[in-house]
Design a protein around this ligand. Sequence first.
Ligand code: ZN
Length: 295
Amino acid sequence: MLRAVYHQLARSTAWYRYTTPWSGFHSTPQTIVKGNMKVKIIPALDDNYMYLITDEETNITAAVDPVQPDKLMEDAKKDGLEISMVLTTHHHWDHAGGNKEIAGKIPKLTVYGGDDRIDALTNKVEHGSQFKIGSLSVECLFTPCHTKGHICYFIKGKNEDEDLAVFTGDTLFVGGCGKFFEGEPEQMYNALVKTLGVLPSNTKVYCGHEYTVSNLKYALHVEPENTNTVNKMEWAKEKRKANVPTVPSTIGEEFKFNPFMRVEDECILKYSKCSSAVEAMGFLRSEKNNFKPKM
Ligand SMILES: [Zn+2]
């Protein structure tokens, strides 16, 4: 009853966040509600995130990168949710490694993904593929580079101007991006600037790992004077001290402090001594691969 009143109250404001007790993982699970879209952030392994996306109208629920199915299903059960689909960002084991197990446990599970190397795949998607999670609409964005078949999932709630989220796997992180294991700088430029960067600036960014503090150390090395970066670092350190996830950020925020999103900015071009954004993307990635922060 109390919970229902709280939900009702909270729903009258634009969005709210609540926390469940910490269970010994790297972060405390959190739930974020925006309109009819509910996202539960669930820590996994050392620094991965799994997510449950629920359409609150129908209770239909999708899991993103369920690498630890038992943990995820326990969280879903606690909230009275039944998972009926899996959204896989890419084939790496720390994202898709739980697919076989969860498919064995949930009959008729639909598993989406953009790469034949993804275990238990039932529905292969490509750029522009669309499907529904109840009343939520999902659009698949092809973002190859970290892996050849990487997909980000852009999700809209009923209020299409406001209830927006993108699940970016290992393409875009808060303050950084994934390594270019199977791609070139131009592909990451296209993924970050041309594909994810054109989403509405209030789109919430839910990424695959808790790497924010370490990413921002590099961002501050590149732009020590950027007050957005300085402030975000201060904020992120506080959150991590309390085991609170630093996701989600927003697309608009990322353009303010993420050097890989800012490759078209004069400051980044000057820093990298590059004449094009694509070249700067390559420079930043290789510099960060060898970066050892002093702090
Ligand atoms: Zn990966």
